[in-house]
Design a protein around this ligand. Structure first.
Ligand code: FEO
Length: 422
């Protein structure tokens, strides 16, 4: 359902209620998602972002509820990833006069994705694109808006789009677009959530669900770029732009206290974890599970909050949220084929790729005739720049009482390190 956000500014995106996996099979989306596109009808008509290709017809139908797509003058393509650009080829066939605006880095990624001879116009930070005719000339030499019908909002006193390049939030081509007059920031992926809802605004949905999805999105997509996030946020806040809404390309629009998500991002980007621990393990015949639970007992004795995940049967992206939050990451696997159980490998890859900061680590696991698992995990911590809170604990075959006491002691030692370094 098309929603008018401000006079002449329409949400024309689509809600993907059934989406459960995103980025292929990489990211779980338990609550679906949306692909947000915004149509601004003024003397000039601009479409900000499109949607994933399977929903192109829905986008087109939404636009048609407001105007004839052939009237679109500008398409702002903030980011070339296909969930926002997939509908572009079809939309462009209906907008013969439209110029596509993207960041300079977008020239490469749009051409690389589509190999098409589009009218791409690169813009850089601070460049403005007038939408209203003004007495001074503005985007044209006319003084008033033409028309005034239901499909034309009329001039809004010099509304402009202002572009802000945002490289690595989260691709090199990422860009924010700001609408003056209505003070709407459209930052594409930044500040988004994979959250399907029939509502459009943050003040209409469950607060806890929204915060959970916003954090999961940050952890899984933006963590490696946290330094760029801080710099970009500081740069944007220094502009002192009035912001009435932050309208990302996924999920709901931040209308109530819109800057709350900006401040949350700045806080998350600092990567200052809680004084807590997360235990991640897999197990073959319950030996490593018993060790994991004994470590949890040691943490509990010491009063340190902790989560314990059997990773083979737990959603990886949810686990990563607990990794992000926790100071200590304790990983366990039995030795298999002189290495680890394969279910552990994706988390180790995420530990490397997401570049978590300010962590401490510890390893544990059972073995039979080759005690290689603990060593392998500890070597991986070293590669990730995560110092060990204590030497790892191995147990030959099934853990006996002494082994389990060593695990409880590992929990206590990690707890002490968490308290000291938190
Ligand atoms: Fe929502 Fe980077 O695409």
């Amino acid at each position: 359902m098309v929603t008018e956000l401000a006079k002449g500014v329409y949400w024309v995106g689509v809600v993907d209620w059934g989406l459960r996996l995103f980025h292929g099979h990489e990211l779980s989306t338990h609550r679906g998602s949306s692909y947000n596109a915004y149509l601004i009808v003024d003397d000039k008509i601009a479409l900000v972002d499109t949607v994933w290709e399977p929903f192109a017809e829905e986008l087109l139908a939404n636009i048609r509820q407001v105007i004839d797509p052939a009237r679109i003058d500008y398409i702002i393509a903030n980011h070339s990833e296909v969930d926002h650009s997939g509908a572009l080829p079809m939309i462009l066939r209906h907008c013969p006069n439209a110029t596509v605006y993207c960041s300079k880095r977008g020239l490469d990624s749009f051409r690389g994705h589509y190999h098409a001879d589009w009218k791409l116009q690169a813009v850089s930070t601070g460049q403005r694109l007038p939408l209203s005719f003004t007495a001074e000339g503005g985007c044209a030499t006319k003084t008033t808006a033409e028309g005034g019908s239901a499909t034309n909002a009329g001039g809004r006193g010099g509304r402009e789009l202002v572009f802000i390049e945002a490289p690595m939030l989260h691709w090199p081509d990422s860009m924010f677009t700001y609408l003056t007059g209505d003070n709407i920031l459209m930052p594409n992926d930044a500040f988004g959530q994979h959250y399907a809802t029939g509502f459009r605004f943050n003040d209409q949905v469950d607060e806890a669900q929204l915060q959970q999805e916003a954090l999961k999105y940050y952890v899984n997509i933006l963590t490696p770029y946290s330094e760029q996030v801080i710099k970009k946020i500081d740069e944007v806040l220094a502009l002192n732009l009035p912001v009435s809404m932050i309208a990302p390309s996924h999920g709901v629009i931040w209308r109530k206290d819109p800057l709350q998500i900006v401040h949350a991002y700045r806080r998350w980007a600092q990567q200052q974890p809680e004084a807590s621990a997360v235990i991640l393990y897999d197990t073959m015949w319950q030996a490593t599970r018993k060790m994991a639970e004994a470590i949890a007992d040691g943490l509990a004795e010491s009063g340190v909050p902790h989560q314990l995940h059997h990773v083979a049967v737990t959603d990886r992206n949810d686990v990563l949220v607990d990794v992000f939050k926790s100071k200590a990451v304790i990983i366990g696997s039995p030795t298999l084929n002189r290495g680890l159980l394969p279910s552990i490998a994706p988390l180790l890859e995420d530990l490397r790729g997401l570049r978590f900061k300010n962590k401490i680590g510890a390893a544990f696991g059972s073995y039979g005739w080759a005690a290689e698992g603990v060593k392998s995990i500890e070597e991986h911590f070293a590669k990730c720049g995560i110092p060990l809170a204590a030497p790892g604990v191995g147990a030959k075959w099934q853990p006996g009482p002494e082994d389990l006491e060593k695990c409880r002691q590992l929990g206590r030692t990690v707890a002490a390190a968490v308290k000291n370094k938190a």
